[in-house]
Design a protein around this ligand. Structure first.
Ligand SMILES: *[C@@H]1O[C@H](CO)[C@@H](O)[C@H](O)[C@H]1NC(C)=O
Ligand SMILES: *[C@@H]1O[C@H](CO)[C@@H](O)[C@H](O)[C@H]1NC(C)=O
Length: 442
């Protein structure tokens, strides 16, 4: 946990990796890539569907994951041609769409029943371009934030996509096509959505928003009228979170709204039931902590959680000293006294970024080693992580394959694995968006 005061003290100091240092490292890395022409027009070729055969799908290393469709950022209206976050939306009749983050806006694609991607149109950035754009969906609306100065929260109605065919693609207006724009904060780093309570938690908001970068709570019960509901600033900067209505083993909190916050150097668990007076239940550090980034509960029983640290591999800290992507396992059976019980290490060297669990498989977007799918069903009986196995992967960043991977900020940013059809959408920073199909064991 970092208080606002210590956070300020850390900025510019070498004491710990705060957001300022992390952003600096990434901006330097991406500026060098930009110089090298990585985001140039036609740098990448359009690609057709390619099955994974003998460990390769075209130029990509793979296992049990087919490439069903691919669209380059330049084919989705982006002039910066650089991707970031992604999330999905399913219509009432079962049609599947993705909001694909790019530095200059959000592209909308439909995932057709054969898995192919159709670019429908885009919503430009509200202000300037930024490497950070993040989106989540509640009901029929997507909520989009960005580190771009004064961006605020764009609220866009995904049902507007239902009548589009993609020819020609439509550029939506950042004024007349928005359901609302929430300006209670300007920039934000990340958007957390809790569908059950219709709450958006913007994290990493600018200092001027007055919430120390913690959970900035926005009530979106009425998407056309988002309202500020509260703020959790006690733990300082929050990088990401998962919020749930609690039904785990700690019966003291049954039915409460609990957020698991990834707080730069700790896992913080907070009770946000009362928005005006959130309560921090615990703040837990761990060996190897370098930049506590994101994580997800293993299953509905809410006993274990997977956590990824974004800088342990590059900093060669703790278990991650060998730079193989390291996932931490936490026993959260007690919300006031969680315990780190073990780690899983990927065979690949890379940094981890975002992971989401579905039916016992964690879909990890691990930068330079791409999508890694791991079976985490064993965690409930063996929380050391020894029983976790990799069941599939699709490495969307071939450039580092010859050296066995690198702990760098290149490759994939995020993944959305929750479509009923089973198609997985993966957003790559350099290339574009992939529609993938996992063919391995359930
Ligand atoms: C959210 O707003 C709705 C009205 O749109 C209100 O009924 C509800 O109490 C609010 N919830 C919170 C937690 O503020
Ligand atoms: C998990 O935590 C709970 C609560 O602290 C404890 O009772 C249980 O023994 C722990 N399980 C393991 C496998 O460490």
């Amino acid at each position: 946990m970092k208080t606002a005061a210590t956070l300020f003290a850390l900025i510019g100091s070498a004491a710990a990796a705060g957001m300022a240092e992390l952003k600096q490292r990434k901006m330097e890395a991406w500026a060098a890539q930009n110089e090298a022409g990585v985001f140039d027009v036609d740098r990448y070729a359009a690609q057709a569907a390619t099955a994974c055969v003998n460990g390769k799908a075209g130029e990509y290393q793979c296992k049990n994951v087919d490439m069903v469709s691919f669209l380059r950022h330049q084919d989705m209206g982006s002039t910066t041609r650089k991707g970031n976050d992604i999330w999905g939306w399913t219509s009432s009749t079962g049609r599947e769409f993705a909001a694909v983050g790019q530095t200059d806006g959000t592209a909308f694609v439909e995932i057709k029943s054969d898995g192919s991607l159709v670019y429908l149109g885009r919503l430009p950035t509200q202000t300037t371009s930024s490497s950070w754009r993040d989106m989540k969906v509640i009901g029929n609306h997507v909520y989009i934030g960005s580190e771009a100065s004064n961006h605020g929260l764009q609220v866009f109605d995904m049902t507007k996509l239902l009548t589009l065919t993609g020819s020609p693609p439509k550029t939506f207006s950042i004024t007349s096509d928005l359901t609302a724009r929430f300006t209670g904060f300007g920039s934000s780093h990340n958007i957390v959505a809790h569908e059950e309570t219709k709450m958006i938690y913007a994290v990493g908001t600018a200092t001027s928003a007055g919430c120390s970068g913690g959970l900035f709570m926005v009530n979106v019960t009425n998407p056309a009228k988002p309202t500020t509901a509260g703020c959790l600033s006690a733990g300082g900067y929050v990088h990401d979170a998962q919020c749930v209505i609690y039904k785990g083993p700690d019966t003291r909190y049954t039915g409460k709204e609990i957020c698991f916050n990834f707080n730069e150097d700790t896992l913080d668990i907070v009770d946000v039931t009362k928005k005006s007076a959130p309560v921090t239940l615990s703040s837990t550090a761990y060996n190897g902590a370098s930049y506590t980034h994101q994580g997800w509960l293993v299953d509905e029983s809410m006993r274990y959680l997977l956590l990824d640290d974004e800088l342990d591999e590059q900093n060669k800290k703790g278990v991650a000293a060998n730079q193989r992507t390291t996932t931490y396992i936490v026993n959260v059976s007690s919300l006031t006294a969680p315990k780190f019980t073990g780690t899983y290490q990927s065979p690949a060297k890379s940094i981890d970024h975002n992971q989401y669990v579905k039916n016992g498989l964690s879909y990890q977007a691990n930068y330079g080693s791409g999508l890694r799918i791991i079976n985490v069903k064993s965690v409930a009986s063996d929380p050391t992580g020894k029983g976790i196995t990799e069941v599939g992967y699709f490495d969307c960043y071939p450039e580092d394959d010859s050296v066995g991977g690198r702990a760098e900020f290149t490759g994939t940013w995020s993944v959305y694995p929750y479509f009923k059809s089973g198609y997985i959408v993966l957003n790559s920073i350099e290339r574009g968006v992939y529609s993938l199909k996992y063919t391995g064991p359930a």
